[in-house]
Design a protein around this ligand. Sequence first.
Ligand SMILES: NC(=O)c1ccc[n+]([C@@H]2O[C@H](COP(=O)([O-])OP(=O)(O)OC[C@H]3O[C@@H](n4cnc5c(N)ncnc54)[C@H](OP(=O)(O)O)[C@@H]3O)[C@@H](O)[C@H]2O)c1
Length: 271
Amino acid sequence: MAKSKTRSTGPVAIVTGGTHGIGRASVELLSESGWQVVFQGRSERAGLELEASRAGLSYVPGDLTEEKIIQRLVARAEELGEGRIAGLVNNAGVGVRKRFEDCEASDWDKLFAINARSAFLVTRAALKGLRAARGSVVFISSVAGRGGEDGLSVYCATKAALIGLAKALAIELGEEVRFNVLCPGQIATRMMARVVEAPDLLAAVSSRIPMRRLGEAGEVASAISFLLSPASSFINGVVFAVDGGETAGIMGVAAPSPQPRKRRSKASVGN
Ligand SMILES: NC(=O)c1ccc[n+]([C@@H]2O[C@H](COP(=O)([O-])OP(=O)(O)OC[C@H]3O[C@@H](n4cnc5c(N)ncnc54)[C@H](OP(=O)(O)O)[C@@H]3O)[C@@H](O)[C@H]2O)c1
C-alpha cells in the first residue's frame, strides 16, 4: 500500500509487538487518529509493510528481550518527539499452555522475559520522555492476569505481574504520567488461532462469553486509543477489561441461561 502523502506531526507513541494482532490494530488506529507511532516486532516483513503503509509510522525490528532493541526503540521515539513520548503501549507477549508439573524454569524465564521484564525495561527507558510529555502508559495484561486458568499458570503469573507493576507506578508517578492496564478476553488473533480454526472449540469458548463471540483486535485497539487520549485524562491505575463480559459473572464463567420453561396448559397436566 502506498504511503499517505500527509506528513504526521502528532504526538509520539511506542507500541511493542506492533507487527501482528492487537498491537498492529493499535498502530493502525493510533496512526489514523493523528499519532506518530514507533512500533516493534520480530517479523521484519510484516513490520516493513506496515511502516510503508502510511506516513508517521516508524518500525524498529528485533527481539524485545534484547536491551539494545529497547534502547533503539526508545531513542527513535525520543528523536521523533523531540524528547517527548506521549504514549506507550506495552503489548508484546507470548503464551504457553502446559500442565504445571511439566513447566520448566526455562518456560518461566522465557515468558517473564518477554511478557513482563520487557515491559518494565521499556517503561523505565521511556520514562524521561513520558514525563516530558505528561504521557500515558497502557499495559496489555489479560483476563488471565486477574484469574487463573487450567494449563496457563506461568502465563497467568506474567500477566498478574503487569497489574502489580502498573498499579504501583500509577501511585509513584501519577503526578506526571498515567498508568493503566487493559485485560483482553478471547480475541481473534494469531495467539487464538488454535481456537479460531477449530469450530467445536470456537463454539465452546464463545459459549463462555456473554456476547457469545470472540473479540476483534480493533475492539481492544479502541480501548487502548481511549486510554492514551486526553479523553481519559483522569483515569490512572485502573484495570480495564475488554472481554465481552467474560469476567462479569460471580461464578467467573458465564454459562448460557436455561430457556424459561413453557407453561403447560391445564388440558396437558398429567399427560
Ligand atoms: N489474543 C488474545 O485472546 C489475548 C487475550 C489476552 C491478552 N492478550 C495479550 O495481548 C498481547 C498481544 O497478543 P495478540 O493476541 O495480538 O498476539 P499476536 O498476534 O501473536 O501478537 C503478538 C505480538 O507480540 C510480538 N512479540 C512476541 N514476542 C516478541 C519478542 N520476543 N520480541 C518482540 N516482539 C514480540 C509479536 O511480534 P513478532 O512475532 O513479529 O515478533 C506480535 O507483534 C499479548 O501480550 C497477549 O498476551 C491476548
